[in-house]
Design a protein around this ligand. Sequence first.
Ligand SMILES: NC(=O)c1ccc[n+]([C@@H]2O[C@H](COP(=O)([O-])OP(=O)(O)OC[C@H]3O[C@@H](n4cnc5c(N)ncnc54)[C@H](OP(=O)(O)O)[C@@H]3O)[C@@H](O)[C@H]2O)c1
Length: 258
Amino acid sequence: MQTQRNDAPSPPIALVTGGAIRVGAAIVRALADAGYRVWIHYNRSEAPALALAEALAPAIVGITSADLSRADDRRALVHRIVDPAGPASGRLDLLVNSAAGFEHGAFLARSDEDLLRVLTLNLVAPLSLIRDLTPTLATGGGSVVNILDLAATQPWRGYVDHCTAKAGLAMATRALAGELAPAIRVNGISPGTVLWPDDERFSGEEARARIVAGIPLGRVGSAEDVARAVVYLAGEPFITGHTIVVDGGRSVSRGAGP
Ligand SMILES: NC(=O)c1ccc[n+]([C@@H]2O[C@H](COP(=O)([O-])OP(=O)(O)OC[C@H]3O[C@@H](n4cnc5c(N)ncnc54)[C@H](OP(=O)(O)O)[C@@H]3O)[C@@H](O)[C@H]2O)c1
């Protein structure tokens, strides 16, 4: 009897944090379209994670929950991803750090606890995942894409903690590119407004029109704009330490701001 050989290369494996909804979900969809098999991480959005996994099966490795502000949850997540007996045999080729908070508050009214909460989720968690997943990513010449924010380079009133955390992640993206080369590439995407935050400050026509007026291309972007840039950076083997700004030109126009 003839045995059948399957010489097709196995698809690369990606983990997208915050992958169940909005920007993260668009990244999951784009990676699945590009031939990746994807782990969807979520914190609270279990039902959307399940629905997305069902819609994209068999391109989904699995869904996995973790509160990334908790060190023990992060460790458990890493353990699941790198488990040789797990659904992807412990392989990981791409980490996309997309999960983040977006806290508003006047600087003088905020506390050290507020600052630490924002820094922990938006800066410590991505760095911690990169550190703990490095041995696994390095075995296959993997890469990391950090989702930043225009707020990393453009101070926004009422978002000092958020700006500071994203600025830290932007610098870490550059520093880690040198630190982890040649084994792992580390890049970033810095979106302008692509989906309106679920926040009454951005719900009115006037507030939205004011933001759009500062965007040379005359509109906000889409989650898919960000997702395509992620797929591009993940697939470009000679780019590391760089950030693509996906903002319709807002960062180069006069009067950019929240
Ligand atoms: N939307 C934009 O226009 C825009 C602009 C610039 C930058 N960005 C960046 O793009 C990324 C995604 O933005 P978004 O607007 O889609 O985000 P979002 O709607 O605010 O959703 C936040 C995401 O982070 C996850 N998350 C929140 N707290 C978490 C925690 N403690 N542990 C683990 N995960 C947690 C959420 O997971 P669950 O829902 O499962 O809890 C969710 O997937 C963020 O890094 C954001 O800073 C977005």
